[in-house]
Structure formats: C-alpha cells, structure tokens
Design a protein around this ligand. Structure first.
Ligand SMILES: Cc1ncc(COP(=O)(O)O)c(C=O)c1O
Length: 376
C-alpha cells in the first residue's frame, strides 16, 4: 500500500497570478535587487494595511532588527518582548546587544498580558516593547499604546504571523511605531522568504531602506558612514508577493474555515481547549492551536503529534517560550502571581495542519487520528 500523501503544517499556497508576475519580472530582466515590483509591493501592502509607508526586506527577522536600529536602541538597553513567540522576535534584541525582558501570556488570548506591561516598565525602564500577534491574533493595542505612550516606550508590532488579521476593524501591522511582517514559506502568504517593515513615520522607513542597502551614502562612489545590512527584497520575490497579496483575504477565510471545522469536530471533548479569539479582533487563524490536558484526555500533545507523524501528518507543539530557552534562561521574566501561563501553553499546546490549501478529506484524516487516539 502506498503511503498516504504528506500533510504539512502550513505549506505555501500558490496561484497562477504569482507565476505570471514572476515571469513578467523575469522577462523584464529586473532580476537584480529592487525594481518596479518591489515599489509596487510596498505600496500595495501599505494600502492594504492602511499605513503610510513600507519597505520590502529579505525577512521578518530583518524587519525586527531594523526596527531596533531605526529606533536607536543602544547596546545595554532593555526591550520588553512576549515570551510565547518564535525565537526571531527576541533574537533581534540580541543582535543589538540589548537585554530582553520577557512577559508572560494572558490565558484569554495567549498574547502578552497587558496588565504586566506597566510593572515591567517601572521595574526595567525599557526603550521598546516587541508585541507579538501570536498565531494570527492581534494584541490589545488600545491598552498597549496607552501604557507605552505614557512611559515613552516605543512599540514594535511583530505581526509576522498576523497578516490579514484585525484589531477593532483595522488591520494588524498598523499599531506599532514600527511593524513587521514575514513572508517565509509557512506564513499565510509567502515570497519563499521575505519580510516587510512598516510605519506611518516616513523617516523611519527611509532609514530602514538606507540601512538595508549596506547604509550606502548617496555618492557616486561607495561611501559608508554607518554599519548597514544587506536586507532588501529582490524584485523577483516582490512579484510573487504581489500575486499572493491579491488572494490574501481568501487565504484568511480558508484558514478561518479550517479552524471552524476543527473546532466543531473537537471542541466538545473534555480536556481540549482551542486558542480563544479575543473579542476586540479577528484572527487570521494562521495556525489552529489548542491545548490538550492529559489528566483529562489520558494522552498528551506529544503522543498526538507522534500519532499524526506515523500517518505522514505534520503537527507541532506550541512555541517553546523564550524564558525557557537555554539561550535566554538568564533573562528577566514577568508573570502574574508566579503562575507561568506561557509554559502551560507550551506543555499542553498543539498546532494542527492549517494550510489554506488543506482539503476537507485531508482535514478529516487529521481529525480521525486525533479522535481515535483520544478514545484509546
Ligand atoms: C512571531 C514571528 N516573528 C518573526 C518571525 C521571523 O520571520 P522570518 O522567518 O521571515 O525572518 C517569525 C517567523 O518566522 C515569527 O513567527
């Protein structure tokens, strides 16, 4: 018997438009960095988000790194950051020799607990906060902006996972002094690898473009006064991104429909709890995530992942929080009442296959395996 087709966690989902635009870029010979597709991709994404300026970069990590550089965060400065995230959010802080201070999650959103921010600011006097829109869900930016403004702390919105999601009717990526998106291969839309730096502040975006092109001064020869990076997006990848952006809303609808199907099949089982959707926003449901309480279900999330793997299906644990990573074990971590919510979410949390091209039959395969393992 041939093995069943592999189901990936979140594979790229390409259409014909991407190919047409890519071929157009190819035929025009705009292969080298930059070109008309880069300019158009920046304009189109800024318009979609409702923000004034955007700079297309080589990755979301590059966007976060440049955010700290543009805000002139200095070595030794402290930067607050959600603990429950992918390492890239925190690594950007380390690139600039700054100190991350991690903040625990709110169990009702899984995002950073906004009630801990003021305490963290008073205790650590940070220069900036990196707020992560986890698994496609917006943070509570009304509260975050109010506290950070009061204490003059810059907000960097790490919206790498949340393109197309909303906070109070406005798109994520519009709420930081600077915001970042990722277009890596597993994101809701992809350019294979890529990222975007966004801000309403034109100077910030100009500075990001300058730093991203090796901080080359506008001279006829190669003149450098500052340390730059090679972080720009190529015209070929921007062409792919423009095609992907045209179907983004369909991708959000598809991921939300996938979440809803999982929810209807599994939510009634005692011991299973899906990541809640905050009432202030609309998640893009980049990944369907849930927790499994092994004391109730008799099986833990790792056993479920292994059972799925045996059937050629990729599932993953929820992010391992940064304060539990060996790299960051000596960093400060702010929690409420000593309860470690992000750790609990990691220990029990599971991400299910959620790609927008996942068909119902394949989704049923995932659901059936989970159900059969829960009942054994
Ligand atoms: C929350 C978060 N921040 C940052 C990144 C980094 O983006 P990239 O892989 O494009 O560098 C990712 C994804 O990889 C992410 O999930």
């Amino acid at each position: 018997m041939s093995p069943k087709n592999k189901i990936y966690l979140s594979p790229p989902h390409m259409g014909s438009m991407e190919c047409d635009l890519l071929m157009e870029a190819f035929d025009s010979n705009w292969i080298a960095p930059l070109g008309p597709h880069v300019d158009n991709f920046e304009d189109e994404i800024a318009k979609y988000i409702g923000i004034d300026h955007a700079a297309a970069l080589s990755s979301g990590t590059a966007a976060l790194h440049l955010a700290l550089k543009v805000l002139v965060i200095k070595p030794g400065d402290k930067v607050l950051c959600s603990s429950l995230t992918f390492a890239a959010s925190a690594n950007a802080i380390m690139y600039e020799n700054c100190f991350p201070v991690f903040i625990d999650s709110d169990p009702s959103t899984w995002n950073l607990n906004v009630n801990l921010i003021e305490r963290a600011i008073i205790r650590h006097n940070p220069r900036a906060l990196i707020a992560v829109d986890l698994y496609g869900q917006s943070c509570d930016y009304g509260t975050i902006s109010q506290i950070c403004k009061k204490h003059n702390v810059a907000v960097i919105e790490d919206s790498a996972e949340a393109l197309g999601a909303e906070y109070k009717g406005q798109k994520c990526g519009a709420f930081g002094d600077i915001s970042a998106f990722s277009f890596n291969g597993n994101k809701i839309i992809t350019t294979s690898s890529g990222g975007m730096f966004l801000s309403d502040n034109e100077e910030y975006v100009e500075k990001a473009r300058f730093l991203a092109t090796q901080a080359r001064e506008p001279e006829i020869h190669y003149e450098h006064k500052e340390l730059g990076n090679n972080y720009r997006m190529s015209n070929l990848l921007a062409a792919v991104g423009r095609g992907q952006l045209q179907v983004l809303d369909q991708r959000v609808d598809a991921r939300r429909a996938i979440f809803t199907r999982y929810y209807h099949a599994l939510a009634q089982i005692e011991g299973i709890d899906f990541m809640p959707e905050a009432d202030y926003g609309k998640s893009n449901r980049w990944l369907t995530t849930l927790t499994i309480n092994p004391q109730i279900t008799g099986i833990d999330r790792t056993q479920i992942i292994q059972a799925l793997e045996k059937e050629n299906i990729e599932a993953r644990p929820v992010w391992k929080p940064m304060h539990l990573q060996p790299l960051y074990k000596d960093c400060e971590y702010i929690t409420k009442d000593r309860r470690d919510i992000s750790r609990e979410l990691f220990v029990k949390g599971l991400c299910l296959p959620s790609g927008s091209s996942l068909g119902e039959l394949d989704q049923d395969r995932v659901i059936d395996i989970i159900l059969s393992n829960l009942s054994t």
